[in-house]
Write a protein that binds this ligand. Structure first.
Ligand SMILES: C[C@H](N)C(=O)N[C@@H](CCC(=O)O)C(=O)O
Ligand SMILES: [Mg+2]
Length: 355
């Protein structure tokens, strides 16, 4: 089954409320979709999210990378030769991981369709259901408490609380959220690089002393400050999850060897897709490090691919695939169902969309 054409298209989805982290504020998803066409009529679909502050990519850079580098590198190749396709995608240009992810996802969609099986089964088929958290954007304490209560009322039992924009107020934010939601809601805290290593240790210890029972703290320090991340991991009891510090399998191996984190967040937009994501999951599993599957501001298209990947991996024990729950509507129909915290895999071939 040969690749005959690759086309990009615009993916737009309004958000229910603005998404705010220590790194950025976004009102609307404006992503790049990819269709890959084949000589037997099957079409694969993928999506890239331009997250300039994390991957360095913009919408224009993604379109350029796909059209002028990735497409010429793989046009005419056989979908069955997936490892060779992935090698060409990896080598045709440096970084540009979201552009690569969009194409990788569409290739995997086709690969699973070629064998008439749902993608998660082709990848390993470990489970059929996932439970995702939902993000609470960073705002003033009252607004975050109200948003947390609203999320719990919507049916979410795991909240990912964004902090790191105003370190001095972050202890109060988390303490008040814990008081409001009670002890049975799981709280994850994501600083998106907003603290220094010493600030992080002080804040996390204060949260421990206040009995907030935080499941994990995600990316407390600047992505390149690996020694800082190691310092925080060694000087706190709470599990530290590396996010922006880990893009590649090599990054994961380095942090594991340094003992700089307890957990790793895998996102297809950072790894360049499922092929490299599998390697990180396996390296981490072999070293006793559990992984989260995460997403950027992505719609149901690429988040569904991430769900298939997560469902296939025993070592993915935490799920942050709330993209579709943050959107007012989905750009595609079919595929896994996203019903508040529940993500349920469908048994349609590939990712499962009606294209
Ligand atoms: C959307 C998801 N819950 C999330 O928080 N992802 C990122 C930030 C993504 C972005 O800025 O688009 C994270 O830091 O985990
Ligand atoms: Mg994060």
């Amino acid at each position: 089954m040969k690749i005959t054409d690759i086309q990009v298209f615009e993916v737009e989805a309004p958000l229910i409320t603005p998404f705010k982290t220590a790194l950025r504020t976004v009102d609307k998803i404006n992503n790049v979709g990819v269709y890959i066409y084949t000589d037997n009529g099957l079409v694969g679909i993928g999506e890239a999210a331009p997250t300039a502050v994390i991957t360095g990519e913009t919408k224009d850079s993604i379109i350029h990378a796909i059209t002028h580098y990735i497409k010429p590198a793989i046009l005419g190749m056989e979908i069955e030769d997936i490892a060779q396709i992935m090698e060409r995608i990896d080598k045709c240009l440096y970084k540009n991981t979201s552009a690569k992810a969009a194409v990788d996802i569409a290739i995997y969609d086709l690969f699973a369709k070629r064998y008439n099986a749902p993608l998660y089964k082709i990848l390993g088929g470990y489970r059929k259901e996932l439970i995702t958290d939902i993000t609470i954007s960073v705002n003033d304490t009252n607004e975050m408490v109200n948003d947390s209560l609203a999320a719990v009322n919507r049916g979410f039992h795991i909240l990912k609380v964004k902090v790191g924009k105003d370190p001095e107020g972050d202890i109060q934010r988390v303490v008040e959220i814990r008081k409001a939601v009670g002890p049975n809601v799981t709280l994850r805290v994501d600083a998106n690089q907003g603290w220094s290593a010493k600030q992080a240790v002080r804040i996390i210890r204060a949260l421990e002393d206040a009995g907030t029972n935080i499941e994990l703290v995600e990316q407390p320090v600047y992505y390149a400050d690996l020694e800082g991340l190691q310092y925080v991991t060694m000087h706190t009891q709470t599990n530290i999850l590396a996010d922006e510090s880990v893009f590649s399998p090599k990054d994961a191996l380095k942090l594991i060897q340094m003992r700089a984190c307890d957990l790793i967040n895998i996102k297809l937009m950072k790894t360049g897709g499922i092929y490299q994501a599998q390697k990180i999951s396996h390296i981490a599993e072999a070293n006793g490090i559990e992984c989260m599957i995460g997403c950027m501001l992505e719609t149901k298209i690429s988040v569904s691919a991430a769900a298939h990947f997560a469902a296939s991996q025993k070592n993915i024990t935490m799920v942050d695939l709330d993209g579709p729950s943050l959107c007012l509507n989905d750009p595609v129909t079919g595929g896994p169902t996203f019903d508040n915290q529940w993500i349920k895999m469908s048994d349609e071939p590939g990712i499962g969309f009606s294209i």
